[in-house]
Design a protein around this ligand. Structure first.
Ligand code: SIN
Length: 485
């Protein structure tokens, strides 16, 4: 029987930083569904928040809580901000290079709803990719790709490991501790900015096992996404563009956002997304654009080199061309309920960190660029907890039930597409109770069809989102019910 001390599900920033924090004396296995760079961390552009110093902590906490519509767990937010001083210093001391000015001073940028410039970045607009590469190089533990988890082995309140396919072959992996760092739910939505590997499987397993999910109605949409590509992952235009001065305009070049919120482009993400969505609905056939024409060309190309190159390949010349935008699903604020050490109440040996977790830190709407920070802070705390406890040393039971041969069924593709559409139409940026009830019925119907295990897991998570949305009676943060207006 193959058994590890620690199994980490996911090789994004949370999973890799947890691995970095685990000593080499531990037998650790990091697994990922595809290649390691197919994760949301890799596609993160804008940067990572860090409190600037002790004095900035209360301000960062205030900004996070205001963006989160005061639904946040205040203790979790304070931990996030305070620990950032330690984790950022640690990452830099280990050799991560963030962007600096000519004298070597770290450059800080601002994004929406921040009251200070406190976001550090790398490669201009490729922070996630640079941090991911850095952590991959730093990782000293075994990493196994093409490993798709389809069950958690839980008995009598303890998790013993997972069932997974490795290169399509069903396998069982046992471990004393399992850390879920598998990300959010992006593939549930028609338009999303997420890696194709982020498909809500583990959240769906948790629903099946009765493990609590929290704040699932809080699904965040990024306001500035180029959706006119055939690929599932739509192209993000980082919030840092607006932080540095880009405008959102209508066909006539007018900054209509100011009619919705006096902060205009720098209002929080939920407000900007809703304003664009509403404007487009009220002006059918019109586009909304991100306008960079105020930037100096040399500055723009240096500050946003990857966006410049990517869009050049699509026929856009920046900063002179404006680009049509739409909001798209971006980040699951809700997730698997845990405390601030990643501990899942009632399940010994199971932790959750990063986007997969719901610690309450983001409230009802995540503040821009708090997610890379969340990954490192809560990975650190989960590992500290794990290393500090005494292992029960119990015998591993046998787990016979296996779904490995029924992961997919013939009509899954068609149902998945239907699900993506209904999530976008009815459980999206602006919801109605009627739409939510229709979505609930449609999800229920699909669950009763001949479907494979992976679709069943997606549908479990979709049900959890729609049920949470129906249960919350008033609009809050990212959860917006039209009838409430
Ligand atoms: C962005 O660069 O706009 C995304 C940052 C984030 O999701 O916080």
């Amino acid at each position: 029987m193959k058994k590890y001390d620690v199994l980490i599900i996911g090789a994004g920033i949370a999973g890799l930083y947890a691995a970095m924090k685990l000593p080499q004396s531990k037998r650790v296995l990091v697994i990922c569904k595809d290649v390691p760079w197919e994760c949301n961390t890799f596609y993160a552009q804008g940067g990572m928040v860090t409190a600037l110093d002790e004095e900035d902590i209360p301000l960062h906490v205030k900004d996070t809580i205001e963006a989160g519509a005061f639904h946040n767990d205040k203790e979790a937010v304070e931990i996030l901000s305070r620990t950032s001083l330690k984790t950022t210093a640690d990452i830099i001391a280990r050799g991560m290079v963030f962007d600096t000015d000519a004298s070597g001073n770290i450059l800080y940028t601002r994004e929406a709803a921040h009251s200070a410039e406190r976001i550090i970045h790398a490669g201009g607009d490729a922070t996630g990719r640079y941090m991911h590469y850095f952590m991959m190089v730093q990782n000293k533990h075994e990493l196994q790709k093409n490993t798709l988890v389809y069950d958690l082995l839980i008995e009598n309140g303890r998790c013993y490991g997972v069932k997974a396919t490795v290169n399509y072959q069903p396998t069982t992996i046992y471990a004393d501790d399992i850390i879920i760092a598998s990300g959010g739910v992006g593939s549930l939505y028609q338009y999303n900015t997420n890696s194709r590997t982020v498909s809500a499987d583990i959240q769906g397993i948790c629903v099946e096992k009765g493990i609590e999910l929290a704040d699932m109605e809080m699904m965040q949409f990024h306001p500035t996404v180029f959706v006119k590509t055939p690929f599932a992952r739509k192209l993000l235009l980082t919030e840092a563009l607006r932080g540095e001065g880009a405008h959102i305009v209508n066909e006539a070049g007018e900054r209509f956002l100011l009619d919705y919120d006096s902060r205009g482009e720098l209002a929080s993400r939920d407000i900007v997304s809703r304003a664009i969505f509403t404007y487009k609905r009220e002006h059918p056939g019109e586009e909304v654009y991100l306008d960079f024409s105020m930037f100096d060309e040399t500055f723009f190309h240096h500050r946003f080199p990857n966006i410049t190159k990517k869009f050049f390949s699509l026929g856009y010349r920046f900063p002179q061309d404006r680009v049509p935008i739409s909001p798209a699903f971006h980040y699951a604020v809700g997730g698997i309920k845990s405390d601030t050490h990643g501990v899942i109440d009632g399940i010994e040996g199971l932790y959750v960190i990063g986007e997969a977790a719901s610690t309450g830190v983001h409230g009802a709407n995540r503040l821009a660029s708090n997610s890379l920070l969340e990954g490192v802070v809560f990975a650190t705390r989960a590992v500290e907890h794990l290393l500090g406890k005494v292992q029960p040393g119990d015998k591993t039971p046998d787990f016979d039930k296996d779904y490995g041969n029924i992961l997919h069924k013939a009509n899954d593709k068609e149902y998945k597409q239907k699900l993506r559409q209904v999530m976008w139409d009815d459980i999206g940026i602006i919801r109605t109770r009627k739409g939510l009830h229709e979505a609930k019925n449609l999800i229920y119907d699909m669950k009763n069809k001949e479907i494979g295990r992976l679709l069943e897991l997606r549908l479990n998570t979709a049900s959890a989102i729609v049920d949470a949305a129906l249960a919350r009676k008033k609009s809050l943060g990212t959860h917006y019910i039209e009838e409430d207006v």
